[in-house]
Design a protein around this ligand. Structure first.
Ligand code: TMP
Length: 209
């Protein structure tokens, strides 16, 4: 079995998590072992760090501290969860990975791109997704979906203003344009079923049985 590493990226309310679960079902039907995981998180240590990152006041951390926290979580996740799964031949589907750091802490947060690149290398030792699905939705659509989830579940980054989310969206577009071989942008406003089919077809075409 050929191990594959696929990441999902996008702003808040894009529907990544739903689509990741749908792709996992599709791949299991194709007979693959699939590990679904997420960042920040995906290992016990990284989940503990996640709680620090996503809860609390909007200004709890500055962007550099966030970059260090997500990098620490990523290191633990890569070493303890992702690499072992790939080594045994599983497909790993990850909800967010290093492109989120480039977008949230780099482009939207103002951290120097060279520092982001260095942290990426330090945390991952060069582990790069085989494919990254960027789920794109207009900011107003994403924010409306987040609001519909209910006030109690709103987390730190969801509380930021529209300008922050516009910078994020532009950043994900720029990442995809810079690495067209790795990244595929899909329309997150499509009905769930239609988008799931689009993604499954794209993945099957990229990685034939
Ligand atoms: P989620 O929205 O997919 O649950 O992700 C949790 C939050 O963490 C989300 O608001 C984006 C943020 N995040 C970063 O700021 N930098 C990162 O590198 C990652 C992986 C997530």
């Amino acid at each position: 079995m050929t191990a594959r590493f696929v990441t999902f990226e996008g702003g808040e309310g894009a529907g990544k998590s739903t689509q990741l679960a749908r792709l996992a079902d599709h791949l299991r039907r194709r007979g693959h072992e699939v590990l679904s995981t997420r960042e920040p998180g995906g290992s016990p240590g990284a989940e503990a760090i996640r709680t620090l990152i996503v809860t609390g006041a909007v200004d709890r951390w500055d962007a550099r501290t966030e970059a260090l926290l997500v990098a620490a979580a990523r290191r633990d996740h890569v070493e303890r969860t992702i690499r072992p799964a790939l080594a045994r031949g599983a497909w790993v589907l990850c909800d967010r990975f290093f492109d989120s750091t480039a977008a949230y802490q780099g482009s939207a947060g103002g951290v120097d791109p060279a520092a982001i690149a260095w942290l990426r290398a330090f945390a991952t030792d060069g582990l790069t997704p085989d494919l990254t699905i960027v789920v794109d939705v207009p900011v107003a659509v994403g924010m409306a979906r987040v609001a519909a989830r209910g006030e109690g579940q709103r987390q730190r980054f969801e509380l930021r203003g529209a300008a922050f989310h516009e910078r994020l969206r532009a950043a994900f577009h720029a990442i995809a344009a810079a690495e067209p071989e790795r990244c595929r942008v899909v329309d997150g406003t499509l009905p769930v079923e239609q988008l799931a089919t689009t993604i499954a077809v794209a993945v099957d075409a990229r990685f034939p049985a």
